[in-house]
Design a protein around this ligand. Structure first.
Ligand code: ZN
Length: 197
């Protein structure tokens, strides 16, 4: 079968699944798909742009996809090589940060429709109880890249550029903050996520 691959992100299927469980706490189906998406984007970059490219990543959903990138690439939120745009779309791009070109890979629902268990899970048409994880995983691996689509993309500066300004001491709280936030920090401007108890 065309979609049955010897390795995913350089790992056997068992090791691939084990890494997901170790990092994420459980074998989240979305993270398994995310790993397949990372694998595909990495291969597209390797085949079309050359070996040894350190790709940066942008993911388009908060759930699962950030962990797929953090497990299977050197990119993390903390090192700044992974960015999240909160669009709730199951898509990601890996790109060469120097030329700002790469590949966007997305979960293609029209293709996934050929795999009923996968499709019904993704479209929330079936409960967890009625679709055991083992069955769903089989459907995910059976589909593989046949449920994904890809396009070459150029990344716009808005997303690829680092915007690091200066640091100052906030007049309100006395803590260091990025001056780009204004004369006082965001927290003191009333946009805090906490209050003192
Ligand atoms: Zn402040």
């Amino acid at each position: 079968m065309a979609s049955a691959r010897a390795s995913i992100c350089g790992l056997s299927r068992d090791d691939f699944l084990q890494k997901i469980e170790e990092f994420h706490g459980f074998t989240a189906p979305g993270l398994v798909i995310g790993g397949l998406m990372v694998d595909m984007a990495q291969e597209l970059i390797r085949d079309n742009m050359g070996e040894g490219i350190d790709a940066d990543a942008i993911v388009e959903a908060r759930h699962c996809l950030p962990d797929a990138v953090q497990i299977f690439t050197p990119c993390t939120i903390g090192n700044g090589w992974l960015k999240i745009v909160d669009w709730g779309k199951f898509a990601l791009s890996l790109y060469d940060k120097h030329v700002k070109r790469g590949y966007r890979v997305w979960f293609d629902v029209s293709k996934a429709a050929l795999f009923p268990n996968l499709y019904n899970w993704y479209m929330k048409k079936v409960s967890k109880k009625d679709l055991p994880i083992d069955i769903l995983l089989e459907s995910i691996f059976e589909a593989g890249r046949d449920a994904l689509s890809s396009r070459a993309v150029s990344i716009l500066n808005t997303y690829s550029g680092e915007k690091k300004g200066g640091t100052d001491i906030c007049d309100g709280c006395g803590e260091a903050y990025p001056v780009v936030q204004g004369s006082v920090c965001l927290s003191c401007r009333g946009e805090s996520y906490f209050e003192l108890s």
